[in-house]
Design a protein around this ligand. Sequence first.
Ligand SMILES: C[S@@+](CC[C@H](N)C(=O)[O-])C[C@H]1O[C@@H](n2cnc3c(N)ncnc32)[C@H](O)[C@@H]1O
Length: 348
Amino acid sequence: MSSQAEPSQSILAALSLEDMLSIYQLSQAIFALHDLKLPEYLHKHDAQPLSALAQALETDATALTPLLEAATTLNLLQKDEQNRYSLTPTGTRLRLDVADSVIPLLHHHRDGYGAWNALLYTLQTGHPGFNQVYQMDIYQYQGQHPEKLAYFNRYMQQTTTTWLTQVVEYYNFSGHVVDIGGNTGALMALLLRRFPELQGTVFDLEQAVCQTNAVLCAAGVNERCQVVTGSFFEPLTIPTHGTIYLISRVLLNWSDEKVVEILKNCRAAMPAHSKLLILDFVLSDSNSNSTIPLLHSLHLGIMFGARTRKQTEFEQLVQAAGFTELCWIHVNETTFLLEASLESILFG
Ligand SMILES: C[S@@+](CC[C@H](N)C(=O)[O-])C[C@H]1O[C@@H](n2cnc3c(N)ncnc32)[C@H](O)[C@@H]1O
């Protein structure tokens, strides 16, 4: 019996090599639908023929035709008997004003699109291609582009409600949770609502927390939560009064070296007997040989100089930062909680 996992056949493997090479055209076509504001226009005006669309969107009708037809084959648009185009339910997600809008993610991928030009740089150096292309890291970039930051924060909020809600059922949160890199406070709001005795602190960069108080107020939990700004690279800014230091979907954005630095800085701020609780995606046997998760891991390299990690890789980093008594809690197929304690020698 072979010890190697069988590579699973990706749906993308059915494409010819020629088609694989041209697949970038798909994202560009979707970016163009968004840039033309076609989804918004069709939402306001119902089904429209080509001529009306071309005029309203200030485009050349001949050039526009293959875009509309391609979007129809992709089930983003549909055509009625009078050849009028309208949005399908999937295409509706290209509107910004729907709850499951993909526009926040679209902006992330558009920035990523430029950064992927520096894939070779990432492969040769291990450093983010993003920084090479944009001459700054992604958080500096967000600081300079508030509209990108707003999209990113909305994406974090959306995915908190779709991916992270189960977390509250898998861990008994008590005492005072410090959410390191807590962003809009969407996860904190979930925790505080589920555990009425819990207190919280959302800790993040100043630029990231502009909506946090509003999110906490809307959830009715603001009286039990503070918002503290600082950086996990500046240990003295990290709150020192927590009983649980939660760090959710942060470490996947940093290299091994930086992860150890972040965790050591948290450890220095943590009171004796407090716990570290990492919530993150883990590369498991079931997703480690599928194309999309592997491309995502490459994407993390290009954007952040990071990658998706296996359980053993997380364990090594957490232990290198001085934590012990590691305990894994399975949340769903790709998401895990890792609880760890401070090494007792620190209090010896
Ligand atoms: C991928 S988001 C995760 C947000 C949130 N924890 C969640 O799970 O939805 C990463 C967060 O780390 C924050 N961050 C980045 N650099 C930071 C730093 N130096 N100090 C504190 N937070 C930082 C970002 O502002 C962002 O909110």
